[in-house]
Structures are given as C-alpha cells and as structure tokens.
Design a protein around this ligand. Structure first.
Ligand code: CP3
Length: 335
C-alpha cells in the first residue's frame, strides 16, 4: 500500500498533492440529502451498510484520494455513558451532561464492542476501494469531546467547559484523561480494521489560552498519537502563530485552518507535513477563481508532504461544481 495520501502524509515529495475534503460525505451532496430522508443521522452512522454507501458517495462523484469514513466524533460518548442525538437546526444534544465533578466517568465500556459498527464499516470500505485510495479514520480530541460532555450542546467559545475547568481543574483533567484513553484505543482499533491514516479532530482546543493548551491538552495529544501505527493528522483551529505547539504533539501532519498563510505555516513547521487549507467559502466562487486560489495553496505548500484539503469542513450549501473545480485542480498538477 503506497497511495499518494499516505506518501504525502509521511512527508514525501509527491507528483501532485493528494486531495480530500473534511465533511465530504455530508449535506452538500444531493444524494446524501436524499438518503437522509430515509435514515436518521445516528441510524445511518450505526448501520454499516448505510454508512458504507454514504462514505462512497463522494468517491463515486469526485474520486478524491482519501475517503473519510462516515461517522461522527461524538460516537465515543456512548461507551463513556453519555447518550446524544442530533437535533436539526440545533446540532448535537447530550442527554445527561457533566455538571459537577461527581458526574465524571472514570471507566468506560469496551470501545471495540460498543463501537463495533465502526470496525465493520472500515472492513467494508477496505474491500470496496483500491489501493490508490487512502481510508481515513478519525476521533474527536479530548477538549472538543469535553466541551460537548459539559455543555450538552454546541456553544459559542466553549464557555461552559472553560468555566468548569476554572472551578474544578482536577476534575477537568480527569475527564480529559478518560477521553484521551478511550480515543487512543479507538484509533488503534480503526487501524486494525484498515484505516490507512487517522485524524484527531480537537477542533475547539484553540479557544484555550496557549498556556492551558500546553498544560492540559498537548500532553494528551502526544499520548494519543504516540503509538499509532499509521500516519496521523492533528486538526485544531485557531492555532495560527503557535503552530509549533501542534508540531509538538508529534503528529505526522498538521492540518491548517484557512486563517494561516500556507507559506508562513511552512516556515513555522520546518519539515512537518501539512494539510489544508483553502477557505471553504472560496468554493462558492466561479470555477476559475477556485482554481487560482487552490493553485496558490498548492504553490505555497510546495511539493513535499502536502495533503490538499479545505481549512475546515465543506459548508452544506456548497455547489458540487465548486468541489469539482477544487479536486480537478489538485489532479491537474504534474511535477
Ligand atoms: O469529515 C468528515 O466527513 C468525517 C465525519 C465527521 C462528521 N462530523 C460528520 C457529520 C467529523 C470528523 C465530524 C466532526 C465533528 N462532529 C465535530 C468536530 C468539530 C469539527 O467540526 O471539526 C463535532 C463537534 C461534531 C458533532 C456534530 N455532529 C456536529 C457539530 C454536527 C452538525 C450538526 C448540524 O446540524 O449541522 C454533527 C452532525 C454531522 N456530523 C453531520 C455530518 C456529515 C451532518 C448530519 C446531517 O445533518 O445529516
């Protein structure tokens, strides 16, 4: 197995950048919206036949170099004893969030048993796509999971989690550690089932002051990623100017949001491979503009260790033509 995605993630020079999009199997696809009439989101996620079909939708349409399994970062809440559902217009809602230190789980159910539908999904995908396509597994990072477990719903600036930390720093640390341990097991399990690359989505951890990130989160990111037997990607938004903190997690690839200039990121990160980072809103422009802006990102990154992606997930109203122009640009590069 030596697909483009894996080679770039290892930092190698590639003849063109591999390309995939965060949230590529979501609501911007008309065929996804059709399937969602029939299946509730969590029903789709927990039914391997359905999740396989959804994961393959963008592959059939665009042939990206990476296929990210159709799932959600919050599935791991279940073995930790939290149940949740997605409310349309509101997002995820957790039934029994943490409100005081006594609510913090100190054990969790066996991840491989509780999340066996993820292993089955990856097995199915592995037998459906060829070696040239990389299978991408993922898990949420401890802060992003804790933000939901504490607030119980999406929040602006993650104030409930930050307040909880201020009041109960030791309990906050315990909660993060329990999440980190479960996540580490979950990623190893995904690799056993055929994931070629895994991404840690601690998307919200960048709202913490740098000293808190360093003290509470970075050591856990390091622990999670340390023994993973495949290339790893770390994604945290709002880390511009302190990308070195992300490199210090030991991830093979640092995924950049769109607020960072690609060439600056390269300087801050030395030889570390990078992923990203076109502004997702550029995909609403005309195809020529999309191609130009995408080529700017590719040129800023250079030929070594670059996985082309957006700076965050594809927006649900994005025209498919915009995604096509983005993917075709990556595929048209020869070097
Ligand atoms: O990149 C991928 O496609 C991988 C799968 C994935 C999804 N969500 C699929 C999904 C990943 C990695 C996520 C990340 C995620 N999910 C995060 C991390 C933060 C981030 O955005 O990077 C968080 C906090 C969640 C929890 C969650 N699940 C949210 C906030 C939502 C959106 C709710 C809404 O109403 O918009 C979901 C649902 C969800 N997860 C959808 C998809 C494709 C949309 C489901 C639908 O309505 O059909």
């Amino acid at each position: 197995m030596s697909d483009l995605l894996v080679r770039a993630a290892r930092g190698e020079r590639t003849e063109r950048p591999p390309v995939w999009l965060m949230r590529q199997a979501g609501r911007h696809l008309p065929e996804y919206r059709e399937l969602r009439v029939e299946y509730d989101f969590l029903e789709a996620v927990t039914t391997p036949e359905v999740a396989t079909e959804i994961t393959l939708l963008p592959w059939e349409r665009y042939r990206p170099d990476g296929l990210v399994m159709f799932s959600d970062i919050l599935t791991i809440l279940e073995p930790l004893g939290f149940s949740y559902h997605i409310e349309s217009g509101k997002g995820p809602v957790i039934a029994d969030p943490v409100s005081d230190p006594a609510d913090i789980p100190d054990t969790y159910e066996d991840v491989e048993t509780a999340l066996d539908y993820v292993g089955e999904l990856l097995d199915r995908l592995d037998s459906r796509v060829g070696e040239e396509t990389g299978l991408i597994g993922f898990a949420g990072g401890p802060f992003t999971l804790a933000s939901y477990a504490i607030a119980g719903h999406p929040t602006r600036n993650h104030y409930p989690a930050r307040q909880f930390k201020a009041r109960n720093p030791e309990a906050f640390r315990d909660l993060l550690e329990t999440f980190a341990e479960a996540v580490r097991e979950f990623l190893a399990y995904q690799i056993e089932h055929g994931a070629d690359v895994v991404q840690l989505f601690d998307t919200y951890a960048g709202v913490l002051p740098p000293a808190d990130y360093r003290e509470f989160i970075q050591p856990l990111h390091r622990e999670i990623l340390a023994d993973i037997d495949a290339p790893t990607i770390v994604f945290v938004r709002n880390m511009g100017g302190r990308l070195g903190q992300l490199a210090a997690t030991g991830a093979d690839v640092v995924s950049l949001d769109w607020t960072v200039e690609m060439a600056d990121a390269r300087e801050q990160l030395d030889d570390r491979a990078v992923q990203g980072n076109l502004d997702p809103s550029v995909l609403f422009a005309d195809p020529e503009t999309i191609r130009e802006r995408t080529r700017d990102v590719i040129e800023g990154a250079g030929p070594h260790g670059h996985v082309l992606n957006l700076g965050h997930g594809v927006h649900k109203d994005t025209p498919v033509e915009g995604v096509e122009a983005f993917i075709e640009t990556a595929k048209s590069i020869e070097r």
